[in-house]
Design a protein around this ligand. Structure first.
Ligand code: ADP
Length: 207
């Protein structure tokens, strides 16, 4: 047991603070609301079934959250990733988590945004969130954390990415709520925390 590992019990279910400034886009569903968390901090500390990694196509490690995950997991993660033949944009591959407190890492590759977001990039980001959740449920994993995929060096505008993330998770949970206990949006930047706090009431409105 390491003191800086954060078990599910320490990750509160999302509860809104302040007046919602966004109009609801979905119906109130308290059962789904109870499956959502907003966690602000380092995803590598989470002691849950699976954490998603915003990887690159080689799966051999990189900067940002990918670097943090590989540093925490240790060299055996890179070794396993080396057997996977990389990963295409919008797809995902699952591995062990080795030195990390999570049980598995689900590596997904987000789209790179060069100029502005088009249909292609949006669909790819949507696929990332969908396939992370689908990979988790296929493997009977019930608690999953996902970082802000593509919004770092891959350049996806965070204010557009949050909508894709929330919409995709909402729609996945509507179809598959019995397969998951918790989906944790893991934000690392204060600006992302604020974006999620603003937008969550639109996608997971309270009664
Ligand atoms: P991408 O290449 O997909 O853009 P990045 O790792 O550059 O991936 O950024 C994705 C997001 O991950 C950014 O919001 C960044 O702030 C965040 N991030 C960086 N380190 C961590 C970490 N240890 N835990 C969670 N999120 C992180």
């Amino acid at each position: 047991y390491r003191v800086d590992f954060i078990p599910l019990e320490k990750i509160p279910v999302w509860s809104p603070s302040g007046d919602p400034s966004c109009k609801p886009r979905y119906k109130v569903n308290e059962e789904l609301n109870r499956k959502i968390s907003l966690f602000s901090g380092d995803i590598t500390k989470l002691e849950i079934d699976a954490i998603a990694n915003a990887a690159n196509k080689t799966l051999l490690g990189g900067g940002g959250v990918d670097g943090a995950i590989h540093r925490g997991a240790g060299p055996l993660l890179r070794k396993e990733c080396g057997t996977l033949n990389g990963c295409e944009t919008g797809e995902a591959k699952i591995t062990g988590a080795y030195g990390l407190p999570a049980k598995h890492v689900i590596h997904t590759v987000g789209p790179i945004v060069h100029d502005s977001v088009g249909e292609r990039e949006e669909q790819a980001l949507r696929n990332c969130y969908y396939t992370c959740l689908h990979t988790a449920t296929k493997n009977h994993l019930r608690t999953v954390a996902i970082p802000c995929i593509s919004t770092g060096v891959y350049g996806y505008p965070p204010d557009q990415a949050v909508e894709v993330a929330l919409r995709t998770v909402r729609e996945y949970l509507e179809q598959n709520h019995e397969k998951l206990d918790r989906v944790i949006f893991c934000v690392f930047l204060k600006s992302d925390k604020e974006l999620y706090e603003t937008m969550l009431p639109a996608y997971f409105p309270r009664g």
